[in-house]
Design a protein around this ligand. Structure first.
Ligand SMILES: [Zn+2]
Length: 203
Protein backbone atom coordinates (compact mmCIF):
# COMPACT_ATOMS: atom_id res chain seq x y z
CA UNK A 1 0.00 0.00 0.00
CA UNK A 2 1.23 3.47 -0.83
CA UNK A 3 1.17 5.93 2.00
CA UNK A 4 0.23 9.53 1.46
CA UNK A 5 3.88 10.56 1.26
CA UNK A 6 5.16 7.76 -0.92
CA UNK A 7 8.18 8.64 -3.00
CA UNK A 8 7.93 9.51 -6.65
CA UNK A 9 9.26 6.13 -7.81
CA UNK A 10 6.03 4.48 -6.84
CA UNK A 11 3.68 6.42 -9.06
CA UNK A 12 0.18 5.21 -8.64
CA UNK A 13 -2.44 6.12 -11.18
CA UNK A 14 -5.17 6.86 -8.69
CA UNK A 15 -4.13 9.32 -6.04
CA UNK A 16 -5.72 10.84 -2.99
CA UNK A 17 -5.67 14.44 -1.79
CA UNK A 18 -2.39 15.08 0.03
CA UNK A 19 -0.59 12.27 -1.75
CA UNK A 20 2.92 13.18 -2.85
CA UNK A 21 3.34 13.00 -6.62
CA UNK A 22 6.88 14.23 -7.22
CA UNK A 23 9.17 17.13 -6.47
CA UNK A 24 9.23 20.33 -8.49
CA UNK A 25 12.60 19.41 -10.00
CA UNK A 26 10.90 16.49 -11.75
CA UNK A 27 7.49 17.81 -12.72
CA UNK A 28 5.76 21.12 -12.29
CA UNK A 29 2.47 21.44 -10.49
CA UNK A 30 -0.54 21.32 -12.85
CA UNK A 31 -4.30 21.13 -12.45
CA UNK A 32 -5.50 19.18 -9.42
CA UNK A 33 -2.16 19.53 -7.64
CA UNK A 34 -0.39 21.97 -5.40
CA UNK A 35 3.14 22.57 -4.17
CA UNK A 36 4.34 22.67 -0.59
CA UNK A 37 7.05 25.01 0.70
CA UNK A 38 9.75 22.35 0.29
CA UNK A 39 8.91 21.88 -3.40
CA UNK A 40 6.83 18.73 -3.06
CA UNK A 41 4.00 18.45 -5.57
CA UNK A 42 0.92 16.78 -4.08
CA UNK A 43 -2.60 15.96 -5.21
CA UNK A 44 -5.49 18.15 -4.11
CA UNK A 45 -8.30 15.96 -5.51
CA UNK A 46 -9.06 12.24 -5.85
CA UNK A 47 -8.19 11.27 -9.36
CA UNK A 48 -5.82 9.97 -11.98
CA UNK A 49 -2.28 11.32 -11.92
CA UNK A 50 -0.90 12.14 -15.34
CA UNK A 51 2.78 12.89 -15.79
CA UNK A 52 3.41 14.87 -18.93
CA UNK A 53 7.09 14.41 -19.73
CA UNK A 54 7.02 16.82 -22.63
CA UNK A 55 5.59 19.70 -20.62
CA UNK A 56 7.28 18.42 -17.48
CA UNK A 57 4.04 18.81 -15.63
CA UNK A 58 1.88 16.63 -13.44
CA UNK A 59 -1.91 16.88 -13.37
CA UNK A 60 -4.57 15.06 -11.42
CA UNK A 61 -7.72 14.50 -13.39
CA UNK A 62 -10.50 14.46 -10.81
CA UNK A 63 -12.69 11.38 -10.67
CA UNK A 64 -16.32 12.26 -10.42
CA UNK A 65 -18.07 10.61 -7.56
CA UNK A 66 -20.93 8.79 -9.33
CA UNK A 67 -23.39 9.31 -6.53
CA UNK A 68 -22.61 12.86 -5.61
CA UNK A 69 -25.59 15.16 -5.19
CA UNK A 70 -25.32 18.74 -6.37
CA UNK A 71 -27.49 21.80 -6.02
CA UNK A 72 -30.04 21.87 -8.82
CA UNK A 73 -30.25 18.09 -9.22
CA UNK A 74 -33.74 16.72 -9.72
CA UNK A 75 -34.15 13.80 -7.35
CA UNK A 76 -36.62 11.00 -6.82
CA UNK A 77 -37.32 10.35 -3.17
CA UNK A 78 -39.58 8.67 -0.71
CA UNK A 79 -41.08 10.44 2.29
CA UNK A 80 -39.87 8.54 5.36
CA UNK A 81 -40.82 10.74 8.31
CA UNK A 82 -43.15 13.66 8.57
CA UNK A 83 -43.31 16.49 11.06
CA UNK A 84 -45.46 19.60 10.98
CA UNK A 85 -42.95 21.72 9.02
CA UNK A 86 -40.35 19.27 7.77
CA UNK A 87 -39.97 15.78 6.37
CA UNK A 88 -37.14 13.30 6.01
CA UNK A 89 -36.76 12.13 2.43
CA UNK A 90 -34.79 9.14 1.24
CA UNK A 91 -33.27 10.06 -2.12
CA UNK A 92 -33.31 7.02 -4.36
CA UNK A 93 -32.50 8.54 -7.73
CA UNK A 94 -31.27 11.68 -9.38
CA UNK A 95 -31.69 13.15 -12.84
CA UNK A 96 -33.56 10.07 -14.04
CA UNK A 97 -31.17 7.44 -12.70
CA UNK A 98 -31.16 5.37 -9.55
CA UNK A 99 -28.45 6.03 -7.00
CA UNK A 100 -26.21 3.21 -5.87
CA UNK A 101 -26.16 4.65 -2.37
CA UNK A 102 -29.35 6.21 -1.11
CA UNK A 103 -29.07 9.47 0.76
CA UNK A 104 -31.27 11.30 3.23
CA UNK A 105 -32.52 14.81 2.69
CA UNK A 106 -34.78 17.31 4.39
CA UNK A 107 -37.89 18.79 2.82
CA UNK A 108 -39.06 21.97 4.46
CA UNK A 109 -42.58 23.39 4.36
CA UNK A 110 -43.25 26.11 1.83
CA UNK A 111 -41.75 29.31 3.19
CA UNK A 112 -44.16 32.05 4.25
CA UNK A 113 -47.19 29.79 4.43
CA UNK A 114 -48.35 28.59 7.82
CA UNK A 115 -49.81 25.22 7.08
CA UNK A 116 -48.83 21.69 7.85
CA UNK A 117 -46.50 19.90 5.50
CA UNK A 118 -48.84 16.92 5.90
CA UNK A 119 -51.35 18.75 3.70
CA UNK A 120 -48.94 18.38 0.80
CA UNK A 121 -47.03 15.12 1.37
CA UNK A 122 -47.47 11.98 3.42
CA UNK A 123 -45.22 9.14 4.58
CA UNK A 124 -44.70 6.63 1.78
CA UNK A 125 -45.26 9.16 -1.01
CA UNK A 126 -42.84 9.16 -3.92
CA UNK A 127 -41.77 12.68 -4.80
CA UNK A 128 -39.76 14.46 -7.43
CA UNK A 129 -37.83 17.27 -5.79
CA UNK A 130 -35.02 19.68 -6.48
CA UNK A 131 -31.86 19.98 -4.40
CA UNK A 132 -31.81 23.57 -3.13
CA UNK A 133 -28.87 23.55 -0.74
CA UNK A 134 -26.22 21.31 0.76
CA UNK A 135 -24.79 22.54 4.05
CA UNK A 136 -22.19 20.36 5.81
CA UNK A 137 -23.50 17.33 3.95
CA UNK A 138 -27.11 18.05 4.85
CA UNK A 139 -29.18 17.99 1.68
CA UNK A 140 -32.25 20.20 1.42
CA UNK A 141 -34.85 19.60 -1.25
CA UNK A 142 -37.90 21.52 -2.40
CA UNK A 143 -41.10 20.51 -4.18
CA UNK A 144 -42.70 23.95 -4.33
CA UNK A 145 -41.85 24.80 -7.91
CA UNK A 146 -44.02 23.75 -10.79
CA UNK A 147 -43.05 20.37 -12.21
CA UNK A 148 -42.07 19.08 -8.79
CA UNK A 149 -44.10 17.27 -6.14
CA UNK A 150 -45.75 13.97 -5.40
CA UNK A 151 -45.76 11.53 -8.32
CA UNK A 152 -47.27 8.67 -6.34
CA UNK A 153 -49.19 9.12 -3.10
CA UNK A 154 -49.68 6.43 -0.52
CA UNK A 155 -52.94 6.31 1.40
CA UNK A 156 -52.22 6.95 5.08
CA UNK A 157 -55.29 4.94 5.95
CA UNK A 158 -54.56 1.64 4.22
CA UNK A 159 -51.21 1.99 2.45
CA UNK A 160 -52.60 1.67 -1.08
CA UNK A 161 -51.51 3.77 -4.03
CA UNK A 162 -53.85 6.72 -4.50
CA UNK A 163 -55.19 7.89 -7.82
CA UNK A 164 -55.80 11.40 -9.12
CA UNK A 165 -59.23 12.87 -8.51
CA UNK A 166 -60.86 16.28 -8.57
CA UNK A 167 -63.38 16.53 -5.77
CA UNK A 168 -63.82 19.70 -3.68
CA UNK A 169 -60.40 20.54 -2.24
CA UNK A 170 -59.12 17.01 -2.72
CA UNK A 171 -56.88 15.79 -5.52
CA UNK A 172 -56.05 12.20 -4.58
CA UNK A 173 -58.37 9.31 -3.85
CA UNK A 174 -57.77 5.81 -2.46
CA UNK A 175 -59.61 3.24 -4.59
CA UNK A 176 -59.32 0.68 -1.81
CA UNK A 177 -60.66 2.45 1.30
CA UNK A 178 -62.24 5.49 -0.33
CA UNK A 179 -60.16 8.11 1.48
CA UNK A 180 -59.87 11.51 -0.14
CA UNK A 181 -56.77 13.60 0.53
CA UNK A 182 -54.68 16.50 -0.70
CA UNK A 183 -51.14 16.48 -2.05
CA UNK A 184 -48.79 18.85 -3.83
CA UNK A 185 -48.95 16.69 -6.91
CA UNK A 186 -47.02 16.88 -10.13
CA UNK A 187 -49.03 17.89 -13.17
CA UNK A 188 -48.45 14.39 -14.49
CA UNK A 189 -49.28 12.67 -11.23
CA UNK A 190 -49.26 8.89 -11.39
CA UNK A 191 -47.33 8.90 -14.66
CA UNK A 192 -46.25 5.26 -14.57
CA UNK A 193 -43.98 5.66 -17.59
CA UNK A 194 -42.08 8.51 -15.95
CA UNK A 195 -41.76 6.63 -12.69
CA UNK A 196 -40.60 3.42 -14.32
CA UNK A 197 -38.03 5.38 -16.32
CA UNK A 198 -36.69 6.75 -13.05
CA UNK A 199 -36.58 3.27 -11.62
CA UNK A 200 -34.75 2.00 -14.70
CA UNK A 201 -37.54 -0.38 -15.64
CA UNK A 202 -37.64 0.68 -19.27
CA UNK A 203 -34.89 0.35 -21.82
ZN1 LIG B 1 -56.78 3.75 1.53
Amino acid sequence: MSGPYEMAEDRRQIVLPGEKLCVLEEFLSGKGTSTSADGTVFATVVGKAKFDRKKREVQVEAIKEPDSISIGDIVLGEVKELQSRSAVIKIIGKNGKLLKHQRSAILLAKPGIKDYLGQHVSVGDVIIAKVTSIVSGLINVSIWEQGLGVIQAMCDGCGSTMVYTKKDKYNVYCPKCGKLDTRKILTNYGNVKMLSEWLGLTA
